[in-house]
Design a protein around this ligand. Structure first.
Ligand code: PAF
Length: 294
């Protein structure tokens, strides 16, 4: 395994793999602080691709003022040790100036999809995500890039940007990995005390109940959102920010539910920590077995 810090070196290594060796490349973009959720993406990349690249870059452009950029957990030594066990070929861990050189002034904004839900609470967040993902996809030019369904809105935005900008990578979205309690794995769970982690598990219980109710025939969106709201609000340690049911591709808010792919998304605070989670309804299964079921 080689750790690459320079974008030019990463590009030339990837070019060689594609052109001279005719091997497929899988990219798993991360911000480090790796957990089982990331590792599930790495495992799938390993299964599907000849060469696996994991990027580790805490992207300043996706953090707003007052957010946790400075304190975001960073431990490249630990991340490297974990990835060695997974037979990863390259870690791309650039310093900030390799991604955003002096005078950087070009940003990618996926309009419409970026301004709602997380985009309302975190203005500019998805512009930062879309920009860094575009740069990473351009540097590595992977055949496949892997993302988690936990960040459901992010996955939808990235799919749209790849389509709109005609990028030559296929986006694979894999199911959310959960703690035994049902809490979605996230690097930010490190901020939670054990009792807060327990309390936060109500988010998944509420989403699972809503999904079960949909499957039992309920087609009024407001009934499902109310159910989620009531369950979460009954847990005093968790403060709900939003619950919303949307079309799984356009993020159009829905009240009359039908058989199309849809997503119920939640954001909530536990103390100062903002947690997001979602569940999909009628997610389409991909031919290789991967699906976006949460
Ligand atoms: O999901 C994340 O960890 C980040 O948003 C990503 C996709 C690595 C971009 O910085």
């Amino acid at each position: 395994m080689e750790i690459i810090n320079r974008r030019q070196r990463m590009s030339s290594v990837a070019r060689k793999i594609r052109r001279e060796q005719d091997r497929t490349i899988g990219l798993v973009p991360t911000m480090g602080a790796l957990h089982e959720g990331h590792l599930s993406l790495v495992r799938e990349a390993r299964r599907m691709c000849d060469v696996v690249v994991v990027s580790v870059f805490v992207n300043p452009a996706q953090f707003g003022p007052g957010e946790d950029f400075a304190h975001y957990p960073r431990d490249l030594t630990k991340d490297t040790a974990l990835l060695t066990d997974y037979n990863v070929d390259y870690i791309f861990a650039p310093p900030i100036e390799e991604i955003y050189p002096k005078g950087f002034s070009t940003y990618v904004n996926v309009e419409g999809l970026s301004e709602q839900l997380e985009g309302t609470a975190r203005p500019g967040h998805f512009r930062g995500v879309a920009t860094v993902v575009t740069i990473l996809l351009n540097v590595v030019r992977p055949d496949f890039a892997f993302f988690g369904q936990k960040d459901g809105q992010q996955a939808i935005i990235i799919r749209r940007l790849v389509r709109d900008l005609a990028l030559d990578s296929e986006i694979i979205v894999l199911p959310t990995v959960r703690e035994d309690t049902g809490l979605a794995m996230s690097s930010r769970n490190l901020y939670l005390k054990p009792e807060e982690q327990q309390a936060a598990a109500v988010i998944h219980r509420a989403l699972a109940k809503a999904k079960e109710t949909y499957r039992a025939g309920e087609r009024h969106g407001a009934k499902l959102t109310e159910l989620v709201r009531t369950m979460i609000e009954a847990e005093p340690r968790v403060r709900l920010d939003y619950v919303s049911i949307m079309d799984g591709e356009t993020l159009e808010k829905l009240d009359k539910l039908d058989e199309r792919p849809m997503m119920i998304a939640v954001a909530a605070y536990v103390g100062k920590t903002r947690l997001i989670d979602n569940t999909t309804l009628n997610a389409t299964k991909k031919k290789d077995g991967a699906s976006a079921q949460a």
